[in-house]
Design a protein around this ligand. Structure first.
Ligand code: CP3
Length: 342
């Protein structure tokens, strides 16, 4: 019996869509907070294979999701390329900044990333042994544009202004940075697959701020390059692409990049996406993460609505973005129960 997520990714329409949740291992779970405290800080948790595997398994034990997502972070790649990285509790990530062509040229070559990232591959090997037979293991990386926005600004920004400014000031150097991250991402995801990842996902969280030609050059093209390189090395491994807030640009994204599945945020309606995006293959998403805080009849109604809208084709149920720390685990259980039992 092939795993349900893999069946959906191959294009099968299942009577009940399989389900997992972005940020399913996270601060809304008391057991996550306990293990994170044991690790010391977030990065120590990411680089400790035993504890990273433990937090990956926690939501599987508690909820029986159909997939586990590797516990790590998209910002480990910049660190592996030579950037300084730290997390400020309650605020988010901080990195050394890249402001010009010299900063791009000073990055390490893509082939060097394994030195830093090898503990992540060990986490995957542990998970391959310990996950239940029916659970799919998903590896991931940030897409080049989203990773670049953090490398340029040194932190998260509301409008990705510093990255857009760099792009306008020196498109050649900016393109060199995107190329560098693209190559590193191929190396990283390929090694994750060698270690046991059965699916990989590319998170382009800030794709929505790229417009027109910039979207083509820095969201579509790098995703297409990464997917082509991975398919060349690992033809059977499905790829999920998440160009968050792409809006109209979700249309045709799978075909243009070779992705097996497109993950949808909750800014597009399931009814629209069913006719405009799902016609090309599997879609994932798109429940509003706020339902995990509020719960109640609105949650139940929206789970049923999304399930129905996507029932004519392959669909993996998920949120439109990560679950937030203020969410109630009981609402997660209600989402799963509603999906599986009615
Ligand atoms: C942009 C981005 C990042 N990281 C990630 C993205 C893309 C997805 C998205 O848009 O959310 C991806 C990511 N980050 C994390 C995972 C693990 C797997 C999962 O459970 O989904 C994944 C897939 C763990 C994490 N990554 C982070 C946490 C919280 C850290 C903690 O425990 O204090 C977790 C569980 C920290 C992080 N990491 C990042 C930020 C901006 C932050 C701070 C914001 C926050 O605290 O939620 C960068």
């Amino acid at each position: 019996m092939t795993k349900t997520i893999l069946r959906a990714l191959k294009g099968e329409t299942l009577p009940t869509p399989p389900i997992w949740m972005m940020r399913q291992a996270g601060r809304y779970l008391p057991e996550y907070k306990a293990t994170r405290a044991q690790a010391g800080d977030f990065l120590s948790l990411c680089y400790n294979p035993d504890l990273a595997a433990e937090v990956t398994l926690q939501p599987i034990r508690r909820f029986g999701f159909d997939a586990a997502i590797l516990f790590a972070d998209i910002l480990l790649v910049p660190q592996a390329l030579g950037a300084d990285l730290w997390f400020v509790t309650g605020e988010g990530p901080r990195l050394s900044t890249i402001t010009d062509a010299a900063g791009v040229a000073a990055l390490k070559p893509a082939s060097d990333v394994h030195e830093t990232l090898s503990p992540i591959y060990e986490t995957i090997r542990i998970l391959s042994r310990e996950l239940p037979a029916e659970t799919t293991l998903i590896g991931f990386a940030g897409a080049p544009w989203t990773v670049a926005t953090y490398m340029i600004a040194g932190r998260g920004t509301p409008d990705q202004g510093p990255a857009h400014a760099f792009m306008e000031a020196d498109r050649t150097a900016f393109t060199a940075l995107i190329d560098c991250i693209t190559e590193a991402t191929v190396e990283y995801l390929s090694a994750q697959i060698d270690a046991g990842a059965e699916v990989v996902k590319l998170f382009d969280s800030w794709a929505g701020s790229l417009k027109g030609r910039d979207f083509d050059d820095f969201a579509l093209a790098p995703a297409a390059r990464i997917i082509a390189a991975l398919k060349d090395r690992h033809p059977d491994i499905p790829v999920i692409a998440f160009p968050r807030q792409a809006g109209e640009r979700y249309v045709g994204f799978a075909k243009a990049t070779g992705a097996d599945c497109v993950a949808l945020d909750n800014g597009v309606s399931a009814e629209w996406a069913a006719t405009h995006v799902q016609l090309d293959g599997c879609v994932q998403g798109n429940l509003d993460p706020r339902h995990m805080v509020a719960g109640g009849p609105d949650l139940v109604a929206d789970v049923r609505r999304i399930r129905k809208a996507f029932s004519g084709g392959p669909h993996i149920f998920n949120l439109g973005h990560g679950i937030t720390p203020d969410a109630d685990p009981d609402n997660v259980a209600l989402m799963i129960e509603t999906l599986r039992n009615g």
